[in-house]
Write a protein that binds this ligand. Structure first.
Ligand code: MRU
Length: 344
């Protein structure tokens, strides 16, 4: 793999792991220049990494938060672990609002932590559940990838945005897992990766993953996507999801809606790939999906350098909504859900 490798390691195509009460993860802020693996048992380090996008992608932040809760239980095994765990849950909750996977896994950890009472039993129970969330995510990624790969024919040109690979999950990812599996089956595919301004998850992370996997790809600026669709160079779009409402309305990385508009205009199928844990069955439609707005500086800079006059006013929504009617299918570990969607 590219990048200077420090002494800590992770297995191939893994962005996070758990070992003896400690979490290892790739700090994605430094990719593709440097592959730095951080090891910690401090939930605050995980919370700061989630907030700063050192750990990102809906499934991954859910898993990382659960492991951070477990690490807290282990660390404070003999000094009121339950109180420490509950305060870690609150702190982790406050990091990012849009991906439902985060609140899903933290609510699950809260339930486990409030039910287990005996100290020894408490730590073991919390760790067991967090490790199950990690393991289940890997299995889900595999199944989402398998179900998605069946939609990718030989010779397909695929358009995607953001990063939905192993850097975005505990396993191989979602939309990119489908691409990995289609490639591993020998299909000749080609990916168009949107750069994904402002934080360049496509240019920095998806391009890095695809290059390391030997999958042919072309990086484009986000604003080239509609023209690419118009001139017939895209066979299908596959993207991830941060939250899917019960009616199928889907929040994903800002720019996804533009892709869906272009795909719809040019009769190109638009698929969403996500684990079932990204479905918020309590949320009837897009109206209840909170859209994160991030710091203005992210728009006024690129790659850490200022690109706009001082004090330029900016707006920085991190996600947008693709209405259910524009989605050809939602690929999960259970199969492909077709419209009309009803996850209530
Ligand atoms: O802001 P990010 O990088 O966390 O946004 C990530 C996305 O929008 C992904 O498409 C989504 O989380 C699915 S990742 C499998």
């Amino acid at each position: 793999m590219n990048g200077s490798v420090e002494k800590l390691t992770l297995p191939p195509r893994r962005s996070i792991d758990w070992k003896a009460g400690r979490i290892r993860f790739i700090d994605q802020r430094l990719l593709p220049g440097k592959l730095k693996i951080v090891e910690t048992d401090d939930w605050r380090v995980i919370a700061a990494a989630i907030k700063g996008l050192g750990l990102r992608g809906a499934p991954l932040i859910g898993v990382a938060a659960a492991l951070a809760v477990a690490a807290t239980a282990v660390k404070f095994r003999t000094s009121n672990p339950q109180r420490k765990v509950l305060s870690a849950i609150d702190g982790l909750y406050a990091t990012r609002p849009t991906a439902v996977n985060l609140s899903w896994s933290l609510e699950r950890m809260r339930e486990v932590a409030t039910q287990a009472t005996e100290e020894e039993d408490f730590v073991e129970t919390v760790v067991k559940d967090a490790r199950k969330i990690l393991k289940d995510d890997r299995a889900r990624c595999r199944a989402v990838g398998g179900n998605g790969s069946r939609l990718i024919g030989d010779g397909a040109n695929i358009l995607t945005i953001c990063n939905t690979g192993f850097l975005a999950a505990a396993g191989e990812g979602t939309a990119l897992a489908a691409i990995y599996q289609a490639h591993d089956m020998g299909r000749k595919i080609h990916v168009y990766a949107c750069e994904t301004r402002p934080l360049l998850q496509g240019a920095r992370l998806t391009a890095w993953e695809l290059k390391n996997a030997g999958i042919p790809f072309t990086l484009i600026v986000d604003s080239a996507a509609a023209y690419l669709c118009a001139i017939g160079r895209v066979d299908l779009c596959i993207v991830g999801a941060d939250r899917i409402a019960a009616n199928g309305d889907t929040a994903n990385k800002i720019g996804s809606y533009q892709l869906a508009l272009a795909a719809g205009e040019h009769d190109i199928p638009y698929y969403v790939a996500a684990p079932e844990s990204s479905i918020d069955r309590n949320c009837p439609d897009a109206g209840c999906i909170p859209i994160e707005e991030r710091a203005p500086a992210e728009v006024a800079t690129c790659g850490g350098r200022g690109i706009a006059p001082a004090d330029t006013s900016t707006w920085n929504p991190a996600f947008d909504i693709v209405p259910a009617r524009m989605i050809s299918g939602i690929i999960t570990e259970k199969g492909v859900h077709h419209p009309p969607f009803n996850f209530a």
